[in-house]
Every structure is written in structure tokens, then in C-alpha cells.
Write a protein that binds this ligand. Structure first.
Ligand code: AMP
Ligand code: ZN
Length: 141
């Protein structure tokens, strides 16, 4: 592990966390600077930076934990909904370069925004450009 990684230090027990879930490959704990009550981070115990870096079995463990935890978090804080999201890479706003999913509880009239608000200006794309992008994505898996 990179020993300057704050989340690796949490996994190792060197930095305390308010843990809410743990299994062999995943750890979840409350965000220290929450955007809402119950804001939870779900991380892999092994150090990977982005979603694309994850081996398939670890990705399945991570998404399985998100699937189980999201309704549990919502129930615990009596939320109406949640945003579940990854900052995936530095340019997206990822500050801690150790993959983590955010579960952010949402409440009616909480003043927050939908996930559509995170990107920059919407691009104007023609149908041909959309076809080209779709083909490039299909061809690069
Ligand atoms: P991101 O911008 O997606 O990398 O988000 C990193 C998140 O980690 C932020 O929401 C921080 O509040 C949170 N965070 C940073 N250090 C800690 C820590 N020691 N314990 C819990 N959450 C942390
Ligand atoms: Zn790490």
C-alpha cells in the first residue's frame, strides 16, 4: 500500500474511523466531513485508484456492499433517497486516490442538486457523433 494513503491507513487501523460495515475485501465508514447525516464511504481494503483498476471479483464485492448498505444508510437516518456516486479520477474531483463510493442520503427540500449538476457545460453532439462515441465505447471493452 502507498503508506501516505489515508484510506489504507484507515484499513490498517492506524487512523480511526466510524466503521459501519466490514468484510474480507470491503470497508465502509462515515465520511469525516459529511454532506448529509449518514454520508458513508465504501472502499476496497486493497489500494486501487479508480474503478477501471479493480479486478472483477473486487468490483463485485464493492458493488455488493453498496447494494446492501445504501438502503441501510437511508433507513438509519430516515432519508427520502440517496445519491450513490464515485469521483473517478482526479479531473472528476477525486481527492483521495483510493477508490471509494459515496452514499449521500437525500431529503425532500434539502437544497441539494441531482448528479446532473456535477459536470461542466453540456456538449452539443450530433447523431453521427453520438454513433461514433457509442462505437468507440463498444470497441474498447
Ligand atoms: P473524494 O473527493 O471523492 O476523494 O472524497 C474524499 C472524501 O473523503 C471526502 O468526502 C472527505 O470528507 C473524506 N475523508 C477524508 N479523510 C477522511 C477520514 N480520515 N475519515 C473519513 N472520511 C475522510
Ligand atoms: Zn490506499
Amino acid at each position: 500500500m502507498p503508506n501516505d494513503c489515508i484510506f489504507c491507513q484507515i484499513v490498517a487501523g492506524d487512523i480511526p474511523s466510524k466503521t459501519v460495515y466490514e468484510d474480507d475485501s470491503v470497508l465502509a465508514f462515515l465520511d469525516v466531513n459529511p454532506l448529509a447525516p449518514g454520508h458513508t464511504l465504501v472502499i476496497t481494503k486493497d489500494h486501487y485508484e479508480t474503478l477501471g483498476d479493480l479486478p472483477e471479483d473486487t468490483a463485485m464485492d464493492l458493488f455488493s456492499a453498496l447494494h446492501e448498505l445504501t438502503p441501510a444508510v437511508e433507513t438509519a437516518v430516515d432519508a427520502d433517497a440517496s445519491n450513490v456516486a464515485f469521483n473517478n479520477g482526479e479531473a472528476s474531483g477525486q481527492e483521495v486516490p483510493h477508490i471509494h463510493g459515496h452514499i449521500i442520503p437525500r431529503f425532500e427540500d434539502d437544497g441539494g442538486k441531482p448528479i446532473h449538476a456535477v459536470a461542466g457545460d453540456r456538449p452539443e453532439l450530433s447523431d453521427d457523433e453520438l454513433d461514433e462515441i457509442a462505437a468507440d465505447i463498444s470497441g474498447s471493452q
